[in-house]
Design a protein around this ligand. Structure first.
Ligand code: FAD
Ligand code: FES
Ligand code: MG
Length: 286
C-alpha cells in the first residue's frame, strides 16, 4: 500500500498529492510517469511524476479531475493509501544544458508540462512558458511555472485571464520574432492543441517535441493499447515515450484511437456520481 502523505487543492478540480513510494523515488527522472490503482477493483491510470524526493521516499503527482478515477482519487485524503503505484515508467527526457526553449501547456497538459519545464530550467536552459485553459478557474500552477520560467504568458479561451485566445497565438508571435533564436519547443496538452503546435512550427524547422497521453493499460509495452505511429513506425508510448518528435507523430490516428472509449468513460463517471452522490465538478476540462 502507498500512503498519501500530503494533499493540496490547486484549483476546484486540480489536486496535488505526495505519495510514499521509496523505490519509485529512488529512480525517478524528469519525463517519466507512474501508473496507479486506487483499490483492488480500480482501473489503472498513468500520471506524470511531478516531483520526487529520494530522502523522504516520496513522489508528487498533480492531476485534474476529468473522469471517474481522477475524481475518486481527488476524494482521498492525507493518510489514505493507494493499492498500486508502479514506476518510474517511460523514458527520461533528453535535457540539453544550454539554449532557449518554449514550453506550451494547455488545459490538462499544464500538470504534466510543469516538471519538464522545471527540469529544463534546472539543466540551465532559458525557458519561455505559455499556458492556457478554457477559463481562468482552470489555470493551475501559475506561481510554480513562473518560478522556473524566464517569461510566463497566460491565455484563456474566454478572456477571463491573460490573452483572450489560444496558446498558438502567442507562440506565432515568438516564431515570427527573428531576433530571438528558439532551440526547442515542447508542447503538452489536448491532442488538437499539440497537433496545431506541430503544424505551426514545422515550416520553421525548429525541433518540437510533444508528450503524448494515449490510453494506457499495463504501461510496460505488453498490451499495445498506447501504440502510436511516429515517422511511419509503430511505437509504444509507455516504453518508447511519452516524449516524441512532434513532426513525426500521426495525430490523425491518435485522435481516432483516443475517442474509442468515450461512451464507456461517460457511463463510468455517471455511475460513480450516482453512487457517491457527489455530482458537480467539471468533466470537460481541456
Ligand atoms: P475517464 O473519463 O476515464 O477519461 C477521460 C479521458 O482521459 C479519456 O477520454 C482519455 O483521453 C483519458 N484516459 C482515460 N483512461 C486513461 C488511461 N487508462 N490512460 C491514459 N489516459 C486515459 N493527467 C493529469 O491530470 N496529470 C498528469 O500528470 C498526467 N500525466 C499523464 C501521463 C501520461 C504518460 C499519460 C498517458 C496520461 C497522463 N494524464 C495526466 C492523463 C490521465 O491519465 C487521465 O486524465 C486519466 O487516466 C483519466 O482517467 P478518468 O477515469 O478520471 O477519466
Ligand atoms: Fe500497454 Fe503501452 S500501455 S503497451
Ligand atoms: Mg476512467
Amino acid at each position: 500500500m502507498f500512503k498519501i502523505v500530503k494533499k493540496r487543492d490547486l484549483a476546484d478540480v486540480s489536486k496535488l498529492m505526495e505519495v510514499e513510494a521509496p523505490l519509485v523515488a529512488r529512480k525517478a527522472q524528469p519525463g517519466q510517469f507512474i501508473i496507479l490503482r486506487i483499490h483492488e477493483n480500480g482501473e489503472r491510470i498513468p500520471l506524470t511524476i511531478a516531483d520526487s524526493d529520494k530522502e523522504k521516499g516520496t513522489i508528487t503527482i498533480i492531476f485534474q479531475e476529468v473522469g471517474k478515477t481522477t475524481k475518486e482519487l481527488g476524494a482521498l485524503e492525507e493518510g489514505d493509501s493507494l493499492r498500486d503505484f508502479v514506476g518510474p515508467l517511460g523514458q527520461a527526457m533528453e535535457l540539453p544544458t544550454s539554449g532557449r526553449v518554449i514550453a506550451v501547456g494547455g488545459g490538462v497538459g499544464i500538470a504534466p508540462i510543469y516538471p519538464k519545464v522545471k527540469a529544463f530550467h534546472q539543466a540551465g536552459m532559458e525557458v519561455i512558458s505559455i499556458i492556457g485553459a478554457r477559463t481562468a478557474d482552470l489555470l493551475i500552477l501559475e506561481d510554480e511555472m513562473r518560478a522556473v520560467s524566464k517569461e510566463l504568458h497566460i491565455c484563456t479561451d474566454d478572456g477571463t485571464k491573460g490573452h483572450h485566445g489560444f496558446v498558438s497565438d502567442i507562440l506565432q508571435g515568438m516564431l515570427d520574432d527573428k531576433s530571438q533564436k528558439i532551440d526547442e519547443i515542447i508542447a503538452v496538452g489536448p491532442l488538437p492543441m499539440m497537433r496545431v503546435v506541430a503544424n505551426q512550427t514545422k515550416p520553421y524547422g525548429i525541433k518540437t517535441v510533444v508528450s503524448l497521453n494515449p490510453i494506457m493499460v499495463d504501461g510496460t509495452g505488453m498490451c499495445g493499447c498506447c501504440r502510436v505511429s511516429v515517422g511511419g513506425e509503430t511505437k509504444f508510448t509507455c516504453v518508447d515515450g511519452p516524449v516524441f518528435d512532434a513532426h513525426q507523430v500521426d495525430f490523425e490516428e491518435l485522435t481516432r484511437r483516443g475517442q474509442m472509449y468515450l461512451p464507456e468513460e461517460k457511463e463510468a463517471l455517471d455511475k460513480y456520481k450516482e453512487e457517491c452522490g457527489c455530482g458537480g465538478g467539471n468533466s470537460e476540462i481541456g
